[in-house]
Design a protein. Structure first.
Length: 339
């Protein structure tokens, strides 16, 4: 699971740190050139355009693994009452990435409580009526970051509406909560399909740490691969939602509108002159799901790379301030909410 560090910087401090991060390092990916000046680019069609609003370009060729939100349920609890998974699947049927972005923003930006945000989602989606068949106690685990806490409360509220007695329990990282879920100490957890699949795949009692990856950008294929692995450790997965929290690539709305692009494939067609610049974590130029993946999967060409952070304030500032054309973010980041 990703580490969700919440760093708050003042605008002045943010600008200073960003300048320090970019100084003398653009083009460190080996693509050459300067991210600030774009001097190595053969054109400027996709040069940075500053703006206040970020938009994520659709990963239409599925470079990223399918980290869709999916209910992970203790198999014994699921077998004892079929309504458990059925109720959680009702949440999956309603949940989208845009809704996830809005809920994260409501907590992180608007400072609403996770409990209130979850309750409003359940009410707005009419998930508090029409569900039945539940009985008995259910403990829903929630990890120590906004999204997980909100989703845990959504699950609990809907389970209560269906007749269960559900409570939310704060848990630690996946190394701690997944064994607790397997043992039945908690019965439900809002998981990320591809990440959970690979974590289980590499457990010693399953296929071990050297196991070949089985997750992919295909949701159905990943769920099919995950199902027998989960059974080995006493878990079942419900139906994945359309909502994802995975690596994504954002540009300013102004640049997207200028180029008339909504997908990474469209961006590649519009930016054949090699004028794009990229921001992200220092390892981005060597990671298959970052710059090399963009180059190999989409044929994108970059004039330079600016090291910033992993989907954090430095990357977002680099994009909005017009220092780079695009950057790596998380698809459900509350900062992507429409302003």
């Amino acid at each position: 699971m990703r580490i969700r560090a919440r760093t708050i910087l003042t605008p002045l401090a943010l600008t200073a740190v960003l300048a320090t991060a970019a100084c003398g390092q653009s083009g460190s990916s080996g693509t050459g050139g300067s991210a600030a000046s774009g001097s190595s680019a053969s054109g400027d069609a996709c040069a940075p355009v500053a703006g206040k609003q970020l938009v994520v370009l659709d990963d239409d060729q599925h470079l990223q693994n399918a980290d869709n939100i999916v209910p992970a349920v203790n198999a014994q609890a699921a077998g004892a009452n079929p309504a458990l998974v059925q109720t959680l699947d009702a949440v999956s049927a309603k949940l989208t990435t845009d809704q996830l972005v809005q809920m994260n923003a409501a907590v992180d930006v608007q400072r609403q409580s996770a409990e209130d945000v979850a309750k409003k989602f359940v009410s707005d989606q009419k998930l508090d009526t029409g569900l039945s068949g539940g009985s008995g106690n259910v403990v829903v685990g929630g990890s120590n970051f906004t999204e997980s806490t909100v989703l845990a409360n959504v699950y609990a509220d809907v389970l209560n509406a269906a007749g269960f007695t559900a409570t939310v329990q704060a848990v630690g990282n996946r190394e701690l909560y997944l064994p607790a879920l397997e043992r039945g100490e908690i019965q439900v957890f809002p998981e990320y399909l591809a990440t959970a699949t690979e974590f289980i795949n590499k457990q010693p009692e399953v296929n071990g740490p050297d196991a070949a990856p089985v997750a992919s950008g295909d949701v159905d294929a990943t769920l099919q691969a995950a199902t027998p692995l989960a059974q080995k450790v006493g878990l079942v997965f419900g139906t994945p939602s359309k909502a994802t929290d995975q690596n994504a690539f954002a540009v300013t709305k102004e640049l997207a509108d200028k180029l008339k692009v909504t997908t990474l494939s469209e961006l590649a067609k519009a930016c054949g002159d090699g004028s794009l610049t990229l921001a992200g974590p220092t390892e981005c130029p060597t990671r298959p799901y970052c710059q090399p993946g963009l180059e190999q999967t989409y044929g994108l060409k970059f004039a330079g790379f600016t090291p910033t952070d992993t989907g954090g304030p430095l990357t977002k500032a680099a994009i909005t301030q017009g220092n780079v054309s695009m950057g790596l973010v998380f698809s459900s980041d509350g900062a992507l909410a429409q302003q």
